[in-house]
Ligand binder design. Structure first.
Ligand SMILES: O=C(O)C(=O)Cc1ccccc1
Length: 412
């Protein structure tokens, strides 16, 4: 996939510590109150974490009995008047209510996503956690690490699309990292063709977008007579940003109407996805799993494998079929090169190679006995089993007529 350079400085995003220098952008954490950039090198990355953690420590120091730098900071006391210190300057002791986790309804939640503002993943973050602080990251790997390093509370990951199918690389990421799926969002995706103001379709020699964007609009582009080069980039809004920042007049981006607004591009064609009911499913990831419940529909995602090949699949599927548990997804991924670490009851780890990994989503909560029984049976048949998460299903009903994706306007 091609990386477009340079990016405009108005788009701060978290960047991988391993990003090669040729790919480095001018970055800082999104929505920091100062705009001082945090560099993309490993040491800058680490120091940004150090800054975050030292801030946390100093706040605690201020709050807990005035201790700073290891010495006791006594609360000033006016001994002339012998009046008690002003309430405002007196640190309030922590109470038990400060320790119980507040319910998070989205505000204050820091949600990492891959891409720049205007990306669909940002919209998915907003749908899952209204008023959250969305943190742009240049790669999915960085979004995962941001959560692991406590820079973010959640990561948003697109996993499948009604037109383009599964986003396989993101399944691999779920396996490589230890984050838990805590929610899902189904987002209707309404693509636009964007170009610099004044550019006409006849001038175009190239269309750029995220591979999913290109795949989802392939037929419509051809119908529009755009038999020009297609180029895959990291995210849809990044494609729009690139065109605007570099004043590229022979290229159009497939991205959202919001990306057009943010980067000052014109919408040449609206609703260019090949199917009006184009929906992408995103999962929300966190460091800790949520407690599964039974008072609303839940979905559970698992991954499993067996040393002796794929013959286990039939047995596993029967464990769900016998209990009337519907599967909403089954996906196999070749896994020849990546050894999986298995841990036994004595916590002794061994590395194993599995030919295929199987991903299954089923409609039941891990709080339900039928799901627990199905999984104990699956465990008997398999050498490796991991529950990726049990989480509330996104029940939003969407249809071409109920979403904005119903209309298509081609004004080329
Ligand atoms: O590139 C983006 O904007 C993303 O969030 C990934 C994506 C791309 C196309 C459809 C859905 C999600």
């Amino acid at each position: 996939m091609r990386t477009l350079l340079p990016s405009s400085p108005h788009n701060p995003m978290l960047q991988s510590p391993t990003t090669p220098s040729s790919r480095r952008r001018f970055i800082h954490c999104a929505k920091r109150s100062d705009s001082s950039p945090i560099g993309s090198s490993r040491s800058d990355w680490q120091s940004s974490c150090a800054i975050l953690s030292s801030k946390v420590v100093s706040q605690e120091q201020a709050a807990v009995n005035g201790h700073t730098n290891g010495s006791v900071n006594l609360v000033p006391f006016d001994d002339k008047s012998l009046t008690p210190p002003n309430k405002k300057t007196t640190p309030t002791p922590l109470s038990i209510t400060d320790l119980s986790p507040a319910p998070m309804h989205g505000s204050n939640l820091r949600v990492a996503y891959q891409g720049v503002p205007g990306a669909y993943s940002e919209a998915a973050a907003g749908k899952a956690y209204p008023n959250c602080q969305a943190i742009p990251c240049d790669q999915f790997e960085v979004a995962f690490q941001a959560v692991e390093l406590w820079i973010a509370d959640r990561a948003v990951l697109p996993v499948e699309n009604s037109l383009g199918g599964s986003i396989h690389r993101n399944y691999d990421l779920l396996l490589r990292h230890r984050l838990h799926i805590v929610g899902e969002v189904q987002l209707p995706v309404h693509h636009c063709l964007l170009a610099l103001p004044g550019v006409r379709k006849e001038f175009l020699t190239r269309v750029i977008s995220h591979p999913q964007g290109l795949a989802q609009c392939e037929h419509t582009l051809t119908k529009l007579g755009l038999n020009v080069a297609r180029e895959a980039v990291d995210d849809t809004a990044g494609a729009a940003e690139f065109i605007a920042a570099n004043n590229v007049r022979d290229t159009a981006a497939i991205a959202s109407a919001r990306a057009a607004e943010i980067y000052g591009l014109e919408v040449l064609a609206d609703g260019i996805q090949d199917d009006a009911s184009n929906v992408t499913r995103f999962v929300m990831l966190a460091r800790e799993p949520i407690i599964p419940r039974t008072d609303r529909p839940f979905k559970t995602s698992i991954v499993f494998a067996h040393e002796k090949g794929t013959c286990v699949l039939f047995k596993v599927l029967s464990a769900f079929a016998f209990r009337n548990i519907s599967l909403t997804k089954i996906e196999s991924r070749p896994n020849h090169n990546v050894p999986i670490r298995l841990v036994d009851e004595a916590n002794v780890g061994t590395a194993k190679h599995f030919e295929y990994m199987f991903y299954v989503d089923f409609e039941a909560s891990m709080a339900e006995p039928r799901a627990q029984n199905a999984l104990s049976e699956v465990q008997e048949f398999t050498s490796f089993l991991r529950v990726l998460g049990s989480y509330p299903m996104d029940m939003t009903s969407w249809s071409p007529s109920s979403s904005s994706s119903s209309s298509s306007t081609f004004s080329l």
